[in-house]
Design a protein around this ligand. Structure first.
Ligand SMILES: NC(=O)c1ccc[n+]([C@@H]2O[C@H](COP(=O)([O-])OP(=O)(O)OC[C@H]3O[C@@H](n4cnc5c(N)ncnc54)[C@H](O)[C@@H]3O)[C@@H](O)[C@H]2O)c1
Length: 330
């Protein structure tokens, strides 16, 4: 049985990926420090959902505790490492840049170095769509990445890719960098717009749409993201160093997101049909650190692993709202 070590296992993507792997008979060693960047009880609930499975081991540890992490590698000898632990969120990286350097660069390096010392068969990690910076309506291809990151979050991810590339060449280490585009869904991240807008609206608090609601994002439903990541893990890497976009490959403006959210909230009786959304929606200019749009060309992962996203934003947001209602209005 293949052993997979996942950092950030209590996170949104980490939880779903752990579940997918244990359901497919992999042994998963999940590491997470359960930090309070967002609601810790959500992280604990994710872990509780899978902790009974004999193929899953959870270890509450910080990736910056090098000796403890080394001991975990000595004890479990993972074949594959999936490094997801990081601070996400563009806005928070403007407030707390030090946190991003410490966790997204130092923490990344720690795991990469230990994985290299232990000669794992494949090191997979999540970079981000944000590394593309500002684009102009043209879907980003993997080779379009250059130094034009708008936020410190994005620059830490770009930095990780640069370090990983050198590692793969220097130590003959198979590495894959994944660039996910706005992943969303049930048990998702409360700091992301679709989730925080829902929280605010049902509490009758105002929401602000930057760039007058015209920011465009390429959204990826969680099951599509997991299918893409899973296909990368189960297949032998094509090259020593690989990079793949994972996305829905369709853009929606924030205005469109909000109207889809409104419809799903009414349809699922989260609010009444006469709920006054309009008085709660405010518009403002572009926000520093944000990019105008994200948009992925997914032909590379499609050709490599037949990746095809299946869930559109309307369907995915409905699933999120159904879960939200059950989870928060028990
Ligand atoms: N969700 C998205 O839309 C998206 C898009 C692009 C990239 N990514 C990247 O994918 C990865 C997973 O994202 P997510 O949405 O699941 O985020 P998440 O915040 O839900 O998960 C990250 C997990 O890492 C853990 N963590 C952070 N620092 C740690 C440390 N020092 N030691 C141990 N654990 C630590 C956190 O507690 C958290 O549970 C991240 O690297 C993120 O940057 C996510």
């Amino acid at each position: 049985m293949n052993k997979v070590l996942i950092t950030g296992a209590a996170g949104f993507i980490g939880y779903y990926l752990s579940k997918e792997l244990i359901d497919n008979n992999y042994q998963v060693i999940g590491i997470d420090n359960l930090n309070d960047y967002y609601d810790v009880s959500l992280k604990k609930d994710r872990i509780n959902n899978i902790s009974d499975n004999k193929n899953f081991i959870f270890i509450n540890e910080d990736i910056n505790n090098i000796e403890q992490i080394k001991n975990i590698f000595i004890e479990y000898k993972p074949d594959i490492v999936i490094h997801l632990a990081a601070y996400g969120g563009v806005r928070y990286s403007l407030e707390k840049p030090d946190v991003y350097i410490k966790n997204n660069i130092d923490g990344f390096y720690n795991i990469l170095k230990i994985a290299s010392d232990f000669k794992v068969k494949h090191f997979v990690f999540t970079s981000s769509s944000s590394i593309y910076g500002n684009i102009n309506g043209i879907p980003s291809k993997e080779e379009d990445a250059k130094i034009n990151q708008e936020s410190l979050y994005a620059s830490t991810k770009m930095c990780d890719e640069v370090i990983a590339y050198s590692f793969s060449k220097l130590y003959d280490m198979p590495i894959t960098a994944i660039r996910p585009f706005t992943v969303y869904g049930p048990l998702g991240r409360p700091d992301m717009a679709y989730f925080s807008f829902t929280n605010k609206l049902i509490n009758k608090e105002e929401i602000t749409l930057y760039h007058n609601g015209n920011l465009k994002r390429d959204y990826t439903y969680i099951t599509d993201a997991i299918n893409g990541i899973y296909s990368i893990i189960i297949n032998k890497p094509n090259e020593l160093y690989n990079v793949y976009n994972i996305a829905g490959s369709k853009q929606y403006s924030t205005n469109e997101l909000v109207s889809i959210l409104k419809e799903a909230m009414i349809e699922n009786n989260l609010v009444n049909s006469d709920f006054d959304f309009d008085s709660l929606i405010k518009y403002s200019d572009m926000k520093k650190g944000e990019v105008n749009e994200t948009y992925a060309d997914i032909s590379k992962i499609n050709q490599a692993f037949n990746y095809v996203p299946k869930v559109d934003l309307k369907t995915g947001i409905k699933e999120f709202i159904k879960w939200y209602k059950k989870y928060y209005t028990k």
